[in-house]
Design a protein around this ligand. Sequence first.
Ligand code: ZN
Ligand code: ZN
Length: 582
Amino acid sequence: MLAAALCAAAAAPAAEADAAAAPSPPSGLGPAFGTAFLDGYWRLHPDAAIAAGYYAVAAELEIPDAASRARLLQFLQAARMRLAAIPAAGLDAAGRTDRAVLDTQLASETWNLTKKRSWEWDPSLYNVAGGFYLLLNTPYAPLDDRLRTVLARLDKVPAYYAAAQANLRKPTREHTRLAIEQNAGALDVLGASLEQQIGHSGLSAEERGLFTQRLAAARAAISGYIDALKAREASGAAGARSFRLGRELYEQQFAFDIATGGTAEALYHRALAEKENLLAKMDVLADELWPKVFPDAPRPASRYQKIGTLIAKLSEQHVAPGEFFATVERDLPAFEKWIADHDLVELDATRPLQVRLTPVYERGISGASLDPPGPYDATATSYFNVDPIEERGPERAESFLREYNRWILPVLVMHEALPGHYVQLLHANKSPSLIKSLFGNGAMIEGWAVYSERMMMESGYGDDTAEQWLMYYKFNLRTVCNTILDYGVHVQGMSEAAARHLLVDEAFQTPEQAREKWHRVTVTSVQLTSYFAGYSAIYELRERLKRQYGPRFSLKRFHERFLAYGSAPVGVIEQMLGQDGL
Ligand code: ZN
Ligand code: ZN
């Protein structure tokens, strides 16, 4: 997972510049897509701009009305035409990958506005919390300046929520509930601690008076939005549309977001086959392990029961809550050494990876995540966030530690850091491009992290023990089942009971994990499938190149060449490798 979102969906990976050097070039596409293009883009997306660390438009709040959608549509169409007019012959690898990434982004936003139209059915799109939170908590400028920016931005909050209410023609029940909960968080961001900040600031009496007025109006607008959504919930008006995306929209979104070249349906069938394949391997390992772990108990006839019982027993071997952080920090150098000794991929000792406790506002989502520096940020440090597990209370801490037991905790480190997200970003940053760091492909990024786990296992990590492989397969099965669940729910109408059966009975997850996953699949689409989509595309590409190059194939060379194109879709990287060779 990358921090700040449920994995990479919203967390833009960073193009980190040298601490002392100039920032990344905007793109390899020449002046037509230089700084001026991004300035125009950010003016239409001020919230995303703040999240990317671009503060020039931070005082703006885009009112989500028809006029704003029309302006955006016009901008997107004009940009796509200019992009299409650039002759391919003049572009180097950076330019060609940038063009592919940017074209997908522009096409996808156009499709969102005109076909998916979530602006009329997803009330959770409307929430001012994120932008205000970042402005108040990111020290990019002195506090007084940031407060003045907040003051200017607050002025538009009532109009923002009025437009939001007018947009919602057929909200889904699930997104309505999510919007109610998340907008309560917006009231928090504009709550008592902001008043304290204003109290301690250097703002004039006049500015403070204006702040009081605008804060009251903004809070009333947020509360009004929440009340209106609750009224729709009570009357049954929420639920006019199903949260299920349906086949046509799902395939289209899959094509934009995943961009591996295949269809969602084909991937779904691949996931079903892979699930069987993993279970068959786990069955063999379970037979091998059973007499060792349960010398006196008879072996259950059902393979699900047999594997599940073993996993439950082995999961008791985990670190103590207070040791979780120290274990991760202590073990990182061993992962670096393993990667170097086994010649897997180049590392860079000059790019520090620092383990830290997860910042408070990001805690409680995944337990561990990677926080890369922002695209406009010149700091060179990547942070490996680890939650203070002991804060979760004894019961939740135990459940978390059983999940990340002594065999799966190393797999988590592989995914987040070495050779997963951290290493991918190291290599992506060697061909810096703002376009790819801002609009990087989530399936490639998550796919690489999942592929990293596999690559480490194949190199013999964990002494090739049956326990290590069984647990790795269980972790991998989660990724595979995310795809089955996502497609099943959005395209095939899978019920909540069927989803629970899949996750709990056939993939050995806890009832609580299954509940959380059900919630996630009702309010997102295609994101859950990006991990397996990217992973299987990378794996297949590698196997194909192995056959093609025969004895000349080098695993390390493949990894370096694959990563050198940055966070581009796997399908685009495959094309580039086809043209440029390994
Ligand atoms: Zn990840
Ligand atoms: Zn325990």
